[in-house]
Design a protein around this ligand. Structure first.
Ligand code: UD1
Ligand code: CA
Length: 446
């Protein structure tokens, strides 16, 4: 493939979103729109992956990552003006310049590849990605001559009544020969309905100069949705979610009801896992194989081992080892680390705690800043009192410990291996291994 540079336009405010957040930072399936676009561009391994930023540029820069370079467009004077800003960065670059819009998150790299291939085979000066839609409202229209050659793009606000009826639209994605692009951009003016420098005027300039402009019309109109409003955002979300579910279904995951399952784009799920409805798998969550999740479960940025079962629970930034069981109605807060074969049952909250292999916290407990040893059993209603009003303190419980129901463990506290606390004990002092403590405050007994 020829030398390639991609330019993603992400400087606009997105007025129609009615938002204080720049439009391109709104998320679709857990990832910002501009991140979707630059990731897709990145799959083509371009020499330059440029992002044009302007409105709240610092915020867009901070929230977008990858092998990308940012270029600032100080004033948003139109899409043509935005591309012009990249001239300096690309002054020594010769090849194909692919322009992408930061508000088209559903495009695939296969489509872009196809666009570039056609551009090269036809030796065109520019190649536009187009599609035919039932309702072209809001999009630029593709105007062709009698021989079907593209002559120009007309923006909706500049169309004649006749042109407005054209249902082949400009998706915004277009590639150009770099050697011709900069000269054409210099010729743009703002003599149009919106008073902007339109990138979409470049094809007409090229045609007038005797160059050929090609168009690749794709039938999958969903890919090309340009998100301008919250309604479009919801549509894009639904389409992408469907696509993500299909991907996992093809990989051997059972999703009982894809329409009611919400999986972010970077989530990984092992084979033979089963996902019940109303489950949200978010961020960089990774599920092993043969896991059973849901119904009504939310997992964010967590690692779940093979054969784990989680029912109606919320898991945030945590790890759960193989064959463990969680829920129903458990809440694992950030920094919880369950080893294998652990049971965390109903109405249990765990925060920043490690629970070793085979240990059980079956009912109605709060475990915070604690370390729980192997095969230890925590009775119903046990609380680690980890906060003295000023500071948090740790509770360290050994292996094979039996904590009686309704024990209150006042941290800082250490409980030795094989120790036992009686039901209702309020444990204020460390407990030796193999000993029994009872009462309020708890005292040793033989
Ligand atoms: C644009 C196209 C239209 C096409 C549609 C497809 C133009 C003039 N029109 O219209 O033909 O059918 O996309 O979705 O190109 N941006 C900048 N700097 C600017 C202006 C815009 O970076 O000065 C960015 C925006 O952040 C956005 C993208 O360019 O990501 C497109 O801008 P937008 O205003 O949404 O263009 P449309 O009116 O949708
Ligand atoms: Ca748009």
């Amino acid at each position: 493939m020829a030398n390639l540079a991609t330019i993603t336009l992400a400087a606009g405010k997105g007025t129609r979103m009615k938002s204080s957040l720049p439009k391109v930072l709104h998320q679709v399936a857990g990832k910002s729109m501009v991140q979707h676009v630059v990731d897709t561009a990145g799959q083509l391994t371009p020499q330059h992956n440029l992002v044009i930023v302007g409105y709240k540029a610092d915020q867009v820069k901070a929230d977008t990552d990858g092998k990308i370079e940012f270029v600032k467009q100080e004033q948003q004077l139109g899409t043509g003006h935005a591309v012009m800003q990249a001239k300096e960065e690309l002054i020594d670059f010769s090849g194909v310049v692919l322009v992408l819009y930061g508000d088209t998150p559903l495009l695939t790299s296969e489509t872009l590849q196809q666009l570039i291939e056609q551009h090269q085979t036809e030796e065109a000066a520019a190649t536009i990605l187009t599609t035919k839609v039932d309702d072209p409202t809001g999009y630029g229209r593709i105007v062709r001559d009698q021989s079907d050659y593209v002559t120009k793009i007309v923006e909706e606000k500049d169309t004649t009544a006749e042109e407005a009826k054209i249902n082949e639209i400009n998706t915004g994605i277009c590639c150009f020969e770099s050697d011709l692009l900069w000269d054409c951009l210099a010729k743009l003016d703002t003599d149009n309905a919106q008073g902007e420098y339109y990138l979409t005027d470049v094809p007409e300039i090229l045609v007038d100069q005797g160059h050929s402009v090609s168009a690749l019309s794709i039938s999958d109109t969903q890919q090309t949705i340009g998100v301008n409003t919250r309604k479009h955002l919801a549509e894009a979300e639904q389409i992408l979610r469907q696509r993500i579910c299909n991907y996992h279904l093809e990989n051997g995951v059972t999703i009982i009801d894809p329409a009611n399952t919400y999986i972010d784009s970077e989530v990984e799920i092992g084979q033979d896992s089963i996902i019940y409805p109303f489950t949200f798998l978010e961020g960089k969550t990774k599920l092993g194989s043969e896991v059973i999740i849901g119904p009504q479960t939310r997992i964010i940025d967590s690692m779940i081992g093979n054969q784990v079962e989680i029912k109606s629970s919320t898991i945030i930034d945590s790890q759960i080892g193989e064959r463990s069981e969680v829920g129903p109605y458990a809440y694992l807060r950030p920094g919880s680390k369950l080893s294998s074969e652990v049971k965390v049952g109903d109405f249990v909250e765990i925060k920043k705690s490690e629970i070793a292999k085979g240990a059980k916290v079956p009912h109605l407990s709060y475990i915070g800043d604690a370390l729980i040893g192997q095969n230890t059993n925590i009775g119903a209603g046990t609380i680690t009192a980890n906060y003295d009003g000023q500071q948090k303190h740790r509770t360290v419980i050994g292996d094979n410990v039996f904590i009686g129901s309704d024990s209150t463990l006042i941290a800082p506290l250490r409980i030795g291996d094989q120790a036992i606390t009686g039901a209702g004990a309020v444990v204020t002092k460390d407990v030796e291994a193999d000993s029994l403590v009872l009462g309020v405050p708890a005292e040793p007994r033989d």
